[in-house]
Design a binder for this molecule. Sequence first.
Ligand code: NAD
Length: 485
Amino acid sequence: MQLEIPKQLENYIGGEFVKPSNNSYLDNINPAIGEVYGQIPNSNSDDVENAVTAAKKAFPEWSATSTETRFRILNRIADLIDENHDALALAETNDNGKPLWLSKEVDIPRASSNFRFFATAIMNFSSESHAMENNAFNITLRQPVGVVGCISPWNLPLYLFTWKIAPALAAGNCVIAKPSEVTPVTAYLLAKISREAGLPEGVLNILHGDGPNCGEAIVKHPSIKAISFTGSTRAGAQIASIAAPMFKKLSLELGGKNPSIIFADCDWKKMLFNTIRSSFGNQGQICLCSSRILIESSVYEKFKADFIPWAQKLNNGDPLLATSKQGAIVSKAHFEKVLGCIELAKQEGGKILCGGNSVKVSGRCENGYFIQPTIIEGLGPNCRTNQEEIFGPVVTLQPFDTIEEALQLANATDYGLACTIWTQDISKANHVAAKIESGIVWINCWLHRDLRTPFGGIKNSGVGREGGWDALKFFTEAKNVCTQY
Ligand code: NAD
């Protein structure tokens, strides 16, 4: 199949590509060149209504299809993602500004893995039974929820979009999905792929638009029974305030302020390589990135001596070039926000050890939104720089003397998404892992993902878990049937 991208994207409702009901569009900007290069529907509650009608119509048949049929179609979607790997990677990079090599190596392969994983998972998903006294037993049926909403952010566009859609479809739901308005194109292409793969019309509906008009209309719609959301803590709180009184199922994957705890006895080379990745990968725009690096005092200066020159070598460049280690920041608004955070860090007394500025990339990208990898020291745990999510290529360094102090610093924010611990002392590592306030802990690795494991955060980083059985449980309702014989 040929994946063509029109200048003006359309919504995908009931198996058809349609214009937004109000005929209103939003600009889509390539952040590496700072120019509008397309338009997307500015959808509203009327479009959501149309999508819900299509999804409700499709639900009885889709929810009754055999798991084997769903397995086959989801695998076919995965195959088509792989077959169109290069076109999808290019679309992702043009929308998001991330280096093309990263889209090729990470984003697109993971999107097909998501479909393949949940295609297989649904074949193995089984109901529980509990035998009990007095000649009785329970069977817990797991039935699809119905019409569900999936709303995703811009940082890993197709990767996170499919991470929600695949389990929802596998479990037999019909989906109303909205990608970020900042990175809509691969979601549009996924609609083409789903149609080609034979997903029946109305089972997956993809709407484009912003949060307040389109996203909130999805959250508010009474026929949409579950909302799976990944994005900012601010939007998550707003969504919860609407959905909770409607008793919708809610999965909220929100922001982070993740610590990386580096002990003197770690495997230094491995730690350095991965701390560079966890600090600046995808320009620091991964919810799992370490933004607060905590270093045992005895190796604090050594860490600076090794880490800073490496960060300085991460050149910002045209995302289409294989030599560019860092791409563009996703949008002008986010670029300005990140630069504002660096200014705030200076005002708070932080010392910029490297970076701290925007970068002008010559040629095609001279108007793009690029920021140097930035390292800051001299700030305590309670300042805004160490409390608020920046979500860019900016990290702070803080020294610690004891395990208790490391834990205190690590736990000193309202967030609790991910944490990385570097030490060769596995007892110490597990002691810290048990005490850390975080949904995900990596010991001597980072972003080493097994799709079967529970994924999500605590505190202001969210509610619920994605991945493996957790995702299939979220997208199904448990119904317990007790029989006495
Ligand atoms: P965002 O909250 O601005 O937007 C996310 C999505 O929600 C977009 O599709 C947006 O249009 C929509 N939206 C915004 N307001 C809405 C509302 N009131 N109702 C319904 N939908 C609404 O987030 P973003 O800027 O796109 O993404 C960055 C954020 O996402 C960061 O905070 C990052 O930490 C977080 N994130 C979290 C995870 C995780 O797994 N925990 C993963 C990736 C990103």
